[in-house]
Design a protein around this ligand. Structure first.
Ligand code: F6R
Length: 241
């Protein structure tokens, strides 16, 4: 793991966007794995700036998002589909047909998981997967568990994730389930970029950096990936030496 520490979230946003830009210049039809949540917002802002100044285009890019809530419409203001359009897709020249999401309302979750796996394979695999991390060490919505997962599946969100994300839903109780890419699907990405900011992430980061690989700390699996960059701000790196 290539661990890099930055002053703050803004600096990570610039550096993470640079990694994406380098790839898009080399491979304009790259397959990007994308994440939602607060952490990647500065990265997306910088990517929009780079698109606006003409240094990158998303015209031939294909994207796969990590996860989507179950039980809310994809056009709901809190869906990850809406989040991605508001924070990136509506501001760049990506084609709607190149945007891929898991369907949180699929009638058959196993068939939906197979569909997503086949779509990723047909696109040639994910070139660069962006990840945030939960305070409990989750990546995508792979919560601490007894075993690592493989392909996408329907997950019951843990109380820790509900406590972190309820704020986005205001008074409406947030969904208890989501469809998420599995650990295997994430690990098959050619390159992974995990970004983490704030002291709430410091414990999960410390456990990941310790090198012990355990499904109780899902992000620790990244120790087994050959090409992973970890970008931390000083607060998220606060417990590592
Ligand atoms: C989002 C996702 C989650 C988040 C994580 C951190 O697509 O898969 O794993 O990356 O919950 O969220 P924030 O960035 O809001 O702290």
């Amino acid at each position: 793991m290539d661990v890099r520490v930055f002053k703050n979230a803004e600096e990570i946003g610039k550096a993470a966007a640079e990694i994406y830009a380098e790839l898009l210049v080399k491979k304009p039809n790259a397959v990007l794995g994308l994440a939602t949540g607060a952490t990647p917002v500065p990265t997306y802002k910088n990517l929009i700036k780079m698109y606006e100044d003409g240094s990158i285009s998303f015209k031939d890019v294909v994207t796969f998002n990590l996860d989507e809530y179950c039980g809310i419409d994809k056009n709901d203001k809190n869906s990850y589909y809406t989040f991605m359009h508001e924070n990136l897709f509506s501001h760049v020249d990506i084609k709607e047909e190149n945007i891929n999401f898991l369907d949180g309302n699929a009638a058959d979750y196993e068939a939906e998981s197979r569909r997503y796996a086949e779509a990723i394979k047909a696109a040639g695999g994910i070139d660069l997967q962006l990840l945030g991390v939960g305070t409990n060490g989750h990546i995508a919505f792979n919560e601490p568990a007894d075993e690592f997962t493989d392909e996408a599946f329907r997950v019951t969100l843990t109380q820790s994730t509900i406590d972190s994300n309820q704020k986005y839903f205001g008074d409406i109780p947030m969904p208890r389930y989501a469809m998420t890419m599995g650990i295997g699907s994430i690990m098959r990405s050619k390159k992974i970029l995990l970004i983490a900011t704030g002291e709430k992430k410091a414990d999960a980061i410390k456990k990941m950096i310790s090198g012990e690989v355990t499904p109780r700390v899902p992000c620790s699996i990244l120790n087994n990936h050959a090409d992973t960059i970890i970008m931390l701000d000083e607060a998220a790196a606060g417990l590592i030496k």
